[in-house]
Design a protein around this ligand. Structure first.
Ligand SMILES: [Mg+2]
Length: 244
């Protein structure tokens, strides 16, 4: 499947790239999958207590969006949202329910670290070709670093930076720390809101990794669609930089 729409002067831009900035969750490895599983498990738990799954599903999504500006991104804030919904709806919470919710939380926090197809090979080849690469992700620092350490990819990247929220300013900091100009950088990520728009607003080349499921809050329009190149996986980057 090919989604590629390439901006003008795309090849020139890729040749000039000195730093590849990779988002982590749902770009390098599976993440949203485990949030969806936690949500399904929570809905099943609530269903067992007599609540309607469909109503609950839309309530979770509304509360999830509402809490973002207060709690920030991450697994623990998300789990707090589920806990809050439980506390609002159930008068007297049984020990069984508390244990079930703890198991759901444990599965989400300690989910397996599964790389996406083509990631290991592409990252190893880019590294072999001496391309500079960093990981740039958002959420809870401890959880994100634990995933990075479990990924088996640490040796390929210069570092992994975790910010609470990705913005144009945090992107400018990333460039300054790495000592490259915007034109010398390429951002690769699956989120229009957090990865692509801040990058193109800084003049950074952006590769959008289109994934089958993206979290609702992250699905917004591109600031300048003509500046975005869409790919289906990281293996598409190799021929773009003259590698196979
Ligand atoms: Mg992501």
């Amino acid at each position: 499947m090919c989604y590629i729409h390439r901006m003008k002067n795309f090849n020139e831009k890729m040749e000039k790239t000195k730093l590849f900035i990779f988002d982590a969750d749902d770009t390098l490895w599976e993440s949203g999958l485990y949030f969806r599983r936690a949500e399904k498990d929570f809905i099943s738990l609530m269903h067992s207590l007599g609540f309607d799954p469909e109503t609950l599903s839309s309530e979770i999504h509304i509360k999830d969006i509402e809490r973002l500006s207060v709690t920030g991104y991450g697994a623990n804030p998300y789990l707090n949202t589920l806990k809050l919904i439980l506390e609002e709806k159930v008068q007297s919470i049984s020990p069984y329910t508390i244990t079930s919710l703890e198991h759901i939380a444990h599965s989400l926090i300690h989910h397996p670290l599964i790389l996406l197809p083509g990631v290991l090979d592409s990252i190893a080849k880019l590294n072999q070709a001496d391309k500079r690469m960093i990981v740039y992700t958002m959420g809870e620092k401890e959880h994100q670093i634990s995933k990075f350490n479990r990924s088996g990819l640490t040796g390929f990247f210069e570092n992994c930076t975790v910010v609470p929220l990705k913005t144009k300013d945090t992107m400018i900091d990333i460039l300054a720390t790495a000592g490259v100009t915007a034109e010398q950088a390429c951002m690769i990520g699956n989120s229009p809101r957090s990865d692509i728009n801040p990058a193109i607003r800084c003049g950074v080349n952006a590769l959008y990794v289109k994934r089958p499921y993206t979290w609702l809050a992250e699905e917004i329009d591109f600031a300048e669609p003509e500046l975005v190149t869409t790919i289906a996986g990281l293996d598409e980057i190799l021929p773009m930089v003259g590698l196979t």
